[in-house]
Design a protein around this ligand. Sequence first.
Ligand code: AMP
Ligand code: GLY
Length: 433
Amino acid sequence: MKPLNILLIGNGGREHALAWKIKQSSICGTLYTAPGNAGTAALAQNLQLAVDDFEKLGLFCKQNDIELVVVGPELPLVKGLRDYFEGDPDLKKIPLVGPGKAGARLEGSKDFSKQFMLRHHIPTAKSKTFHTGETEQALAYINQCKAPIVLKADGLAAGKGVIITEDKEEAGREITAMLSGDKFGEAGKKVLIEEFLKGIELSVFVLTDGTHYVILPEAKDYKRIGDGDTGPNTGGMGAVSPVAFADMAFMQKVEERVIKPTIRGLRQEGIDYRGFIFIGLMNVGGNPYVIEYNVRMGDPETQVVMPRIKNDLVELLFAAATGNMKNHTIEIDQQCAVTVVMASGGYPGDFEKGKVISGLNTINDALVFHAGTKTEFNNVLTNGGRVLTITGMNKDIATARQKAYAGVARLNWEGVYFRKDIGLDLLTYQKIN
Ligand code: AMP
Ligand code: GLY
């Protein structure tokens, strides 16, 4: 196959990891990232284009002979990037990885995804949806629920739309603020009150052409800011793959009870889904329950998933985008991968940008993926909350951790913060078993 000119949309650690893997493909022609970061700039040509500026992205594709588009973040998908491309006679010919607006509702509307799971008998937490104007009914319902109470804003809320609390009064205040539109605006005007699932969490990733699929390596994310899973939620402070408790028997249940009915369900509903499905799962006593769907890869999960895929990624992406996944199988590296996110001090609250990062050229035994970075006068500067993710790999998780943290120790900037316990729980888990 002749090399393809590829446009990758996004600017996080996820996109740097995707660019890194795409660049290794024998069929990668010219690679562009829109807008990218200081990390992708070393592998691809960064474009000053916003991820949801459909017109400019489309124009760029037409003028630069783009032959494959890969969408990293959810925002352009939920806003209908695929639909925009499909509505243009030239752009619709370009294979694109990522669902249209209809499929993206799996992430863009928690109510839609809950009803979808119920329609297709996919195991998930019980829940009830309340709309603006139903605050009283919602408060009465909370009163009869058992704590902890799980509240979920229906729409996209920058990863902050889920509130879990033991305190029913707090739950009442939160849902009142959401339903009135004061918190999360439109995204919070519909709220799900969900049963709390007690178990261990993990994420499973699927790449599909709408009919056939491959299951990528699973991962565990560390969402809270503080060691020992304390403090506020973040986009993710680290990740590990594989996940020791996701053994073959469990993964078989995931495939039969969750993945197959999800793909079948999308097809039955007339949704032509080509792209990634990220399934957030709770392992409750050995059985999988879906917590959420995302219509993209995870960040920082991608930074441990990509290094474990042995396939040529562009072949898989192109097959998914063109409806040709049938004869593809996934080849997975048996090594463990551990990634540690290095963040700006203050994240996920307020933080400063523009700090000079030192040590970037001293790492030789770990992968360095950039998230919020930019280059200025030959310096790499911090430019976001999550700044770098450092991935260590080895056949045992303990050494993979050591390699990641040895990399972290060589990097520095004013106010740098990272968790010290990424992967620690899985180390103990492996020992017990
Ligand atoms: P999300 O923003 O949808 O990723 O949810 C944030 C986190 O809330 C998840 O990663 C879970 O840890 C937790 N969570 C969501 N739903 C439930 C549930 N029904 N039971 C227990 N934990 C949940
Ligand atoms: N790390 C979680 C996410 O990407 O949604």
